[in-house]
Design a protein around this ligand. Structure first.
Ligand SMILES: Cc1cc2nc3c(=O)[nH]c(=O)nc-3n(C[C@H](O)[C@H](O)[C@H](O)COP(=O)(O)OP(=O)(O)OC[C@H]3O[C@@H](n4cnc5c(N)ncnc54)[C@H](O)[C@@H]3O)c2cc1C
Length: 391
């Protein structure tokens, strides 16, 4: 039987997970093209940790997706024999009327995840690292944790190669041609070479507009920052003594190796508030005013940070869709081309599930969940290709 040549552009978590899913389903000619290297410093997926939280307000859909995705991460751990996920528990500090903390708690309860609602007194006793003054609702979910992101990417790379897939690094795609549906899609590589594909997956993260410019996708790219604090006592902030946390769009992790597997153990924290617009190819800049603002909020939340050293700041990017839902779809005018974008800063935890969904779109087989919510058609107009008139 003829085996389709499937090319995936982008070796972030989405591209790699899609390649892996396709190979696991028996596809043989699966090739990933990456403009830099797997786990390169500017990709959105790079970094030693990503939070896996179940808390999505009253949005059962995403919380259930997290459950499905965690099963797949655990399966990947079994297959690879590696630890990709570490349970940390997650403390949410909020308010009764913030429209997030209580609905999240109720949703998790309904899903049988047994979250705990903590009294102020209990919270103060068990998590004295936090200033609770401005909050009146405290919940704890012991199932949440951190994904060892870079390690996940490298593990997927190895599994893909073991399964016979190909990964070409330092191979940027500059454009593609697909005018004739009876002919293969032609990919133009940066070095003037060309490659042909029967099916194409574009998983290019914040570089989405480079190849899909004509779609005028309503995706904005924002600059985000990760802050790393050193010199905090392990007795209070180490893994299993201190949880991952969420409070007013701030989130963070216990001390863990943060810039190399055997690197220093720092506390990593960030704000999920969307930052200023960014060009994915521009050199990352650190905006001192934004960093000072986030640091102040973190110090108010965890007073011990006032004595800590802000050891490192990393700049990163989000690709944000108007409703913060992902976009997973085929091109409206060529169903052979599948793309993913709009991960809106919360996509890593869903990696293996998104890979499976995209593999289903490629193969035209049913996905494990309903994906109408992720279709392009849900968005108001501007995605339609524009016809330019030639004078
Ligand atoms: C600071 C920060 C914190 C985050 N925290 C969390 C979290 O705690 N939990 C969570 O679930 N999610 C989190 N996210 C979101 C998550 O990391 C992203 O949604 C996810 O990693 C996106 O993966 P991706 O594969 O779509 O993109 P990327 O990882 O950016 O991969 C795209 C790849 O495509 C390549 N590429 C682009 N164009 C081309 C081309 N023309 N030719 C060849 N290659 C190309 C790029 O080089 C890149 O490697 C966070 C994101 C950031 C930035």
């Amino acid at each position: 039987m003829y085996q389709q040549r499937i090319v995936i552009v982008g070796a972030g978590i989405v591209g790699l997970a899609t390649a892996y899913a396709l190979l696991r389903q028996g596809m043989q000619h699966v090739t990933v093209l990456e403009q830099a290297t797997v786990d390169h410093g500017r990709s959105t997926s790079h970094g030693l940790s990503r939070l896996l939280r179940f808390e999505y307000g009253n949005d059962h859909f995403y919380s259930e997706m997290v459950q499905l995705s965690l099963k797949r991460w655990k399966n990947l751990e079994l297959v690879s024999g590696r630890t990709l996920y570490t349970r940390t528990g997650l403390l949410a500090l909020g308010n009764e009327d913030d429209n997030f903390t209580l609905p999240s708690y109720l949703t998790l309860n309904e899903l049988g995840l047994s979250p705990e609602r903590l009294s102020r007194r209990y919270c103060r006793q068990h998590f004295p690292q936090f200033d609770l003054d401005t909050y009146d609702l405290f919940t704890y979910n012991r199932n949440a944790g951190l994904l060892h992101a870079s390690y996940c990417l490298r593990t997927l790379k190895e599994l893909i190669l073991e399964l016979g897939g190909k990964i070409f690094e330092n191979t940027p795609i500059t454009s593609f041609s697909h005018e004739n549906m009876l002919r293969p899609i032609r990919l133009h590589l940066g070095n003037d070479d060309e490659m042909q594909a029967d099916r194409l997956v574009l998983a290019t993260g914040p570089w989405v507009h480079r190849l899909l410019d004509d779609l005028h996708l309503p995706i904005r790219l924002t600059r985000q920052y990760l802050l790393y604090f050193a010199n905090l006592p392990a007795s209070s902030f180490a893994l299993h003594k201190f949880p991952a946390f969420l409070a007013d769009n701030l989130y963070g992790f216990p001390l863990h190796n943060t810039c190399a597997q055997d690197g220093p153990c720092w506390l990593k924290a960030a704000s999920h508030d969307f930052g200023p617009p960014v060009d994915p190819d521009a050199a990352p800049v650190v905006d001192a005013e934004i960093i000072t603002g986030i640091t102040k909020r973190l110090c108010k939340l965890m007073p011990a940070l006032k004595q800590a050293e802000l050891a490192r700041v990393e700049a990163c990017m989000y690709d944000v869709s108007p409703d913060e839902n992902f976009i997973l779809d085929c091109l409206p005018y060529d169903q052979r081309i599948v793309f993913a974008t709009g991960l809106s800063g919360h996509g890593f935890k869903f990696g293996p599930l998104l890979g499976e969904i995209l593999s289903n779109l490629v193969r035209d087989t049913p996905p494990p969940i309903a994906i109408e919510r992720f279709r392009l058609t849900r968005l108001a107009h501007p995605w339609r290709p524009q016809v330019t008139s030639v004078a």
